[in-house]
Design a protein around this ligand. Structure first.
Ligand code: CU
Ligand code: ZN
Length: 186
């Protein structure tokens, strides 16, 4: 009896230490290394069947949105609907494989200055005799990173002006040109 008591004491102390140890929260796992943020993307625009538009659209990630620049040739003079569509799929000769406007937040169609709009609603680009250009137009709805990233989506240039109102496309007509948004060299 007098021999077993210290032994029991020893065991129960050890059990307490083990229990106490197990009650501690597990150590935090080391954070996953963050994927490098994409800074620049580009879409090379090619004409759909029977059309002529060619050019580039570049997207530069800023702290509050993305700056959009475009240089397009071969467009009839006037305003042309200019959107990011859901799919970066240029396989259909009329561009319809790009699907509808990129709309991850399930909003209504509108213009680029509206709060409530498709992410892809870039409005219109205006062509003159020498083509159409857009210079560093900032768009706070776009991102090259995160769940609403436009990377891999399609850029479409339309035959008609986007009226910024008609659902769900702005009544911008046929698709004259298409490009896929890819990673650009910075
Ligand atoms: Cu469109
Ligand atoms: Zn839209």
């Amino acid at each position: 009896m007098s021999v077993t008591i210290p032994y029991k004491k020893y065991i129960s102390l050890s059990a307490l230490v083990v229990l106490f140890g197990c009650a501690q929260p597990p150590p935090e796992p080391a954070p996953m290394p963050a994927a490098p943020e994409l800074r620049k993307a580009i879409a090379v625009i090619s004409p759909t069947e029977g059309n002529e538009v060619r050019g580039t659209v570049t997207f530069t990630q800023g702290t509050d949105g993305v700056e959009v620049s475009a240089v397009l040739m071969g467009l009839p003079a006037g305003e042309h609907g200019f959107h990011i569509h859901q799919y970066g799929d240029a396989s259909a000769t009329d561009g319809t494989s790009a699907g509808g406007h990129f709309n991850p937040m399930n909003k209504a169609h509108s213009g680029p200055e509206s709060e409530e709009r498709h992410v892809g609603d870039l409005g219109n680009i205006t062509a003159g005799e020498a083509g159409a250009t857009m210079h560093n137009k900032r768009d706070t709805h776009l991102s090259l990173n995160g769940p609403n990233s436009i990377l891999g989506r399609g850029v479409i240039i339309h035959a008609l002006a986007d009226d910024l109102t008609s659902q769900p496309t702005g009544a911008a007509g046929a698709r004259l040109g298409i490009g896929v948004i890819g990673v650009a060299k910075e």
